[in-house]
Design a protein around this ligand. Structure first.
Ligand code: G6P
Length: 378
């Protein structure tokens, strides 16, 4: 066990720090040299791309982290494919017996490929005649077997990694977003109008491993922050646009492993309910460069500051100078990347924070209370 963990104390820590390698493996699906000929090859989907393009809508289905990764990818899939994308939490789709049509493409996202709720939703979509696509990390899983077609996140991996209890778990989120950006590129096809955007995304994808390495250098800073937050009762994470999913995923990690109350909140909803005050003494706020410029975002920052909570702002490098929120705010900078890939970088400081909070609060990182890697019961 110690050998598998290498120089790391825990699997979770190892997995967080190995994301540059896991993303490189996922990226092997991208073929091509010169910019013009760069294409995304998703073999498992190639016979179904036309059907997906002609779908009435694409329905993303998942649970937990996988749902959050799908949510992070929704805008780019809509933008490049032109097909409306709706989101479904797997258990809720089944509870409601929500409408699924023959003309729909239902995309099931699951790291393990064995989550009972997701599999039940898959059976339901199959019964209703939708084209069912699986995005999973596990070759031979029930999800991989039952879907009509799909993508394996680790496809192209040359060395099989023995599956440990925690392996591939936490970094699945970042690889899932990468695969779904590739799905968006594949479904979007080679429309001339999208050419510049497509090339920027492919370049962004290829740059990701080195940028993730740069973000991982924030480890000590996130440990310091965890020390500051160790006794807090709650962490509210605000995000909008591409980073609403980052807020949900960051809060989920803090809840599941650090066992601290945390909520991911759509920043636009700030004025419609959440009342952060000193009892919610830590507020973290995520945004993207373009959104940062919008006055709405500025006003949310000001509102958060007025509540006298502990405000932490995460922004892209170079933007911190324009964070006009006064001296009490702590700023964490991450490198800039194409907007649809920013969630891959932005979630990492929150993963590190969740890990350090877990250790500092004395919880068992290897075996978190009430948490299973894969929930195979309903
Ligand atoms: C469990 C885990 C979560 C995970 C979810 C979905 O609830 O505790 O961390 O996100 O299952 O797992 P899946 O394997 O379907 O992605």
């Amino acid at each position: 066990e110690q050998i598998n963990k290498g120089k790391y104390m825990h699997y979770m820590q190892k997995e967080i720090h190995e994301q540059p390698e896991s993303l490189t493996t996922t990226m092997r699906l991208i073929r091509g040299g010169a910019c013009k000929s760069k294409t995304v090859l998703l073999r498992g989907l190639k016979d179904h791309l036309k059907t997906i393009r002609r779908s009435r809508r694409i329905v993303f289905v998942g649970c937990g982290t996988s749902y959050n990764a799908a949510l992070a990818s929704r805008p780019i899939v809509e933008e490049l494919s032109g097909v409306p994308v709706t989101m479904e939490v797997a258990s809720d789709l089944v509870d409601r017996q929500g409408p699924i049509y023959r003309e729909d493409t239902a995309v099931f996202v699951s790291q393990s490929g064995e989550t009972a709720d997701t599999l039940q939703a898959l059976d339901y979509a199959l019964e209703n005649g939708a084209l069912c696509v699986g995005i999973t990390n596990t070759v031979g899983s029930a999800l991989a077997r039952k879907t009509h077609c799909g993508v394996h996140i680790k496809a192209g991996c040359e060395i099989g990694v023995a599956s440990t209890k925690a392996s591939n778990w936490h970094f699945a989120y970042t690889s899932q977003i990468v695969v779904m950006a590739m799905l968006a590129l594949a479904v979007g096809g080679d429309m001339i109008s999208n050419e510049t955007r497509r090339e920027a995304i492919i370049d962004g994808l290829l740059d990701l491993p080195s940028k993730v390495k740069a973000v991982l250098k924030l480890d000590e800073e996130m440990k310091d922050l965890a020390e500051l937050l160790i006794s807090e009762q709650s962490l509210l994470v605000f995000g909008r646009g591409y980073n609403y999913a980052t807020a949900l995923e960051g809060a989920l990690k803090v809840k599941e492993v650090a066992l601290m109350h945390s909520e991911g909140i759509l920043a636009g909803e700030m004025k419609h309910g959440p009342q952060p005050s000193n009892c919610f003494s830590c507020l973290s706020y995520l945004f993207h460069k373009h959104l940062f410029c919008c006055s709405k975002q500025q006003s949310v920052i000001q509102q958060l500051q007025a509540r006298k909570g502990r405000l932490i702002v995460m922004c892209t490098k170079g933007d911190s100078a324009s964070v006009s929120v006064g001296g009490s705010c702590r700023v964490i900078e991450v490198p800039h990347v194409e907007d649809c890939l920013q969630p891959v970088l932005n979630v990492i400081p929150l993963q590190l924070l969740a890990y350090h909070l877990t250790v500092l609060r004395g919880h068992n990182v290897a075996q978190t209370r009430n948490l299973a890697k894969s929930v195979t019961t309903q």
